[in-house]
Every structure is written in C-alpha cells, then in structure tokens.
Design a protein around this ligand. Structure first.
Ligand SMILES: [Zn+2]
Length: 336
C-alpha cells in the first residue's frame, strides 16, 4: 500500500528548538603552546612531557554544530591533562561559529564552503581561496601529525547518534575497532566516501589501512538537542580513556551515558535525487531498519525507490531542501 507522500521538510528542521547554549570560546584563542609548536589560533595543545600518542579532538568543523564546542569547553573547564603523549583540542571553523545566531541556526554551517570537503591535497595545494581553505591550510600539517582523531559533529535532522568510520578499504575498519573500544555510540557506519570532496577523516595516514593513525567522525544527534551535548562529551571522554591519554576512572566519573550495544552498518549505495519532485513516502528520521526488500520508501518522478535487501537501514535521509543530484539517502546493510 502506498503511503501519502511527505513534502521535503525544511520546516521540520527549523522547528527543532535550540536547547543548547553556544559557549564563549574566545578564551581559547591564544592558549600558550609549548615552545617549538606552531602558534595557531583556537588550537589548545596540552603536553604531558612523556612519550605517547598525539590525540586530537576537533570541534566546529561546521560552525553551527554546538555540541563539539561544548564538549571541548567542558574538558578545558575540567582541566583535562594528558598522562602521556600530547592532547590537542581544536576549534576548527571559528569564523563560521562566530556568526552563530540562535534566531537563524542554519545560517552558519560555513562561511564560503563546506570545511569538510576540501581535505584532498589537490584542493589544499590548489589555487582556490576561501575562508575555510585558509583555515584548513593553516591546520593541515598539524592534523596530519595526530595518531588518533575524533571529529565532533551533529546533524540537521533529529536522528540517533552514529559514528562515521569512513570507507572500509581506506581506514574504515580501524575506525570501527576504535569506536568499539570507545563503546559509544550505538551505530557505527562505514560508507562510500563523499562525492563532493575528501573528508578530514579520510586523508593521509587516517585513510591508509596499513598506517596506525585512526580517525572517526561522530554525529552526536540533532544540532541543538540537549542529548547531543551528552553524547559528544561522553564520546570524547571515552575516546581519551581509550587512547590512554587520561585516566579511565576520571573519564567515566564525568560520563552520564551507559555504553551501547553497538551495531556496524556498511553503506552499500547512495541514493541521488533524479528529479525535483523527489518525495519521501513516510517521515523517516534515519536509522530505521526496513524489514523486507522491495519496500517502497520514496517517489522520484515516475520511479519508485525501494529498499534493495532485507533489514535495510535508512542512513541520513535528507529532509531539507534539495536540488537534483543531491544525495537523499544511503542504504546500509547491518554487518554485526
Ligand atoms: Zn558536521
């Protein structure tokens, strides 16, 4: 039976109330770095003085994703200190963040272009210029020196949290193993990359399955919902404990969420809008598991979009305005 089509739901997004408070990050602009380290604004480098890994958490890859900034602010307020190695806390797209306006919360994802689509050397070393490219060029060597990277994000539509582990053959399996060590969130996803450009978690050693360096991207929930704050904070604390940088008891005493029974999804294909009339047949939030292959989920012009296999997971359906050629959804197969 065909359900009534649902209109692309920009209005659903703007109805999500802003429950989070954007922290004042200006005190972190010039935090004294150790001698010999680069002076980069909004990069907080904490050294243990002992050998060990370089562990990096990045917030604000996207300017309106508040939970990451709140998590880093929390760690700094709690006076986090590495027991070994080096801990770096990076506020990435601060230019966009400083344009935050709770009355227009979709307005400052980026200034000129998406900061997380320009991490290929061809783009970074190319002739183009933008606010985001300048920041990426300033940070890239530093990012490349990390052994463990957690990139904190949130999503425009309400959806359960998930860890984007990247492409299976390009470091995805390393990120899955790390996320299983972290214990959060419930959903782990290996995908097929992003057609619009290389993401930070895929570049260099992170994307090389033979290298030790590992990176993952947390989508902590909807941008402004209260829960995303706890997910980003707890995942960060557990990540630091996993890498051995901080004491596990210190970390867990500051967590509020229990570890999850985790599921690993392999994205098998991305669904692209072929017509302007693409319409969902139900109000999908994302991470629904559709039991039967062949279930109709959307109408795209004359074509009916159906799930390709049993127990198909609907990954990140786009409910915002879209244009032809946009990725509307990814199909995911549950691996474990
Ligand atoms: Zn993001």
């Amino acid at each position: 039976m065909m359900n009534r089509p649902i209109q692309p739901a920009q209005h659903l997004q703007s109805q999500v109330p802003v429950e989070l408070q954007a922290p004042d990050i200006r005190p972190y602009r010039r935090v004294s770095a150790a001698a010999g380290t680069p002076a980069i604004d909004y990069l907080v480098r904490l050294e243990s003085g002992k050998p060990g890994p370089h562990v990096l958490i990045q917030a604000l890859t996207h300017g309106n994703e508040l939970c990451g900034a709140i998590a880093l602010d929390f760690l700094l307020q709690e006076d986090v200190r590495p027991l070994q190695g080096v801990l770096s806390l990076v506020f990435a797209n601060v230019e966009a963040y400083h344009r935050w306006d709770p009355e227009n919360p979709h307005g400052n994802r980026f200034c000129d272009e998406d900061y997380n689509r320009l991490w290929g050397d061809d783009v970074l070393k190319g002739p183009r210029d933008s606010i985001e490219l300048r920041r990426a060029r300033e940070l890239v060597n530093y990012i490349d020196s990390a052994d463990y990277l957690l990139d904190l994000h949130s999503m425009s539509a309400p959806c359960e949290a998930l860890m984007v582990c990247g492409v299976r053959e390009h470091g995805g399996l390393k990120a899955v193993a790390m996320t299983q060590g972290i214990g959060l969130p419930r959903w782990l996803m290996m995908d097929t990359g992003h057609p619009a450009g290389l993401r930070m978690i895929e570049r260099g050693r992170f994307g090389d399955p033979r290298a030790k360096a590992v990176a993952a991207l947390l989508e902590a929930g909807q941008h402004w919902e209260r829960k995303s704050e706890a997910v980003a904070r707890d995942a960060s604390l557990r990540f630091l404990a996993y890498t051995g940088l901080i004491d596990r008891d210190w970390a867990l005493s500051r967590c509020s969420l229990a570890p999850e029974q985790q599921r690993v999804i392999q994205v098998t294909e991305a669904v692209i809008a072929k017509t302007k009339s693409f319409q969902w047949l139900a109000d999908y939030q994302g991470l629904e598991v559709i039991e039967h292959a062949g279930t109709a989920i959307a109408q795209d012009g004359d074509a009916c979009l159906r799930t390709p296999y049993d127990d198909c997971v609907l990954v990140m359906p786009t409910r915002a305005r879209f244009t032809v050629g946009n990725t509307m959804l990814r199909f995911g197969r549950i691996e474990s």
